[in-house]
Design a protein around this ligand. Structure first.
Ligand SMILES: NC(=O)c1ccc[n+]([C@@H]2O[C@H](COP(=O)([O-])OP(=O)(O)OC[C@H]3O[C@@H](n4cnc5c(N)ncnc54)[C@H](OP(=O)(O)O)[C@@H]3O)[C@@H](O)[C@H]2O)c1
Length: 270
């Protein structure tokens, strides 16, 4: 299965809100013709309505792929609409947090090819990272196609087991919020050292964004990048001695943070 199959047979989007739109923008830019895309969404956005897509006009006969991008709380209501696509020729790709592959198999029928994906919010600007895992019915060609599709909104990693998705949720799914909070904490510390509020936030935001971009672009590891800016007995070393403390520093705090988020993800799936 390939982009050519999608162009010929069509793609269905069940739910097209923030995440759905971010992905669809990428696919249209990569040459998927708008008339081959069917959107099913009770309140399509102005953007969705203005792209020349098929909006709420029923399912096509034999679409290549159906993307599920509804909130988990609407899944029970939304998913049965895809029943006619279950059991065979259509690949189902879900980006919905918290809905296991077994739910898709139960609702759409045994033999349905399902890829479950966990993206994160920087997908909205094409800088996301998405972890994917397929069921037994999905072949390697299906995983390749899902990877190609999700590459439109950032990087893609492949999981070995569906269980790993809880840890992914605790790391990259919830991770952007940890980093946003780090910006706030750095800005608060800047204010405490006497810098004006607006400048404190500007410094903190640019520092985290700039360091993130450097870590992504550089050949050196994050550890080496840190060592490069840490002169012996200098200011960075004084700060890092606090931040890297074995018992009170960021290491144990991050370990506990990710463990709590991962545990909550396990709990939520019941
Ligand atoms: N946003 C992210 O960065 C992100 C990251 C990781 C995972 N996800 C997952 O992606 C999924 C979508 O998230 P989102 O942020 O894109 O949510 P969203 O903006 O609320 O989009 C969901 C869309 O589905 C529509 N919908 C509701 N009920 C439906 C039904 N019965 N049939 C068809 N469509 C229906 C909604 O319409 P209404 O507006 O009318 O309700 C909305 O347009 C979620 O499961 C979320 O966990 C999102």
């Amino acid at each position: 299965m390939s982009f050519d199959d999608i162009k010929a047979r069509g793609l269905v989007m069940l739910g097209c809100g923030k995440m759905g739109q971010a992905m669809l923008e990428g696919w249209l830019a990569r040459g998927i013709p708008p008339e081959s895309v069917t959107v099913i969404d009770p309140h399509p956005s102005d953007w969705v309505n203005s792209q020349g897509l098929r909006v709420n006009q029923g399912l096509p006969d034999d679409p290549a792929v159906a993307i599920v991008a509804v909130k988990p709380q609407f899944m029970d209501q939304a998913l049965p609409q895809l029943k006619p696509l279950g059991g065979g020729r259509c690949l189902i790709v879900s980006v919905a947090a918290g809905t296991p592959i077994a739910t898709f198999e139960a609702v759409l029928g045994a033999g349905t090819r399902v890829i479950r994906a966990m993206p994160n919010t920087p997908a909205a600007i094409g800088r996301g990272i998405t972890a994917i895992i397929g069921n037994d019915a999905a072949g390697s060609g299906d995983t390749d196609l899902a990877e190609a599709l999700l590459s439109a909104v950032g990087q893609v990693v492949r999981l070995q087991t569906e269980d790993q998705i809880d840890a992914v949720t605790g790391v990259s799914g919830s991770g952007p919020a940890y980093v946003f909070y780090m910006i706030d904490a750095l800005a608060a510390a800047a204010r405490a050292e006497g810098l004006p509020e607006e400048m404190a936030m500007q410094l903190a935001r640019a520092t985290v964004a700039g360091a993130g971009a450097l870590a992504k672009a550089a050949d050196d590891s994050p550890e080496q990048l840190r060592i490069n800016v840490t002169s012996p007995n200098g200011t960075t070393q004084a700060g890092l001695e606090v931040l890297m403390d074995d018992s009170t520093g960021l290491g144990p705090l991050m370990r506990a943070t990710v463990a709590a988020a991962t545990a909550r993800s396990r709990e939520l799936k019941g």
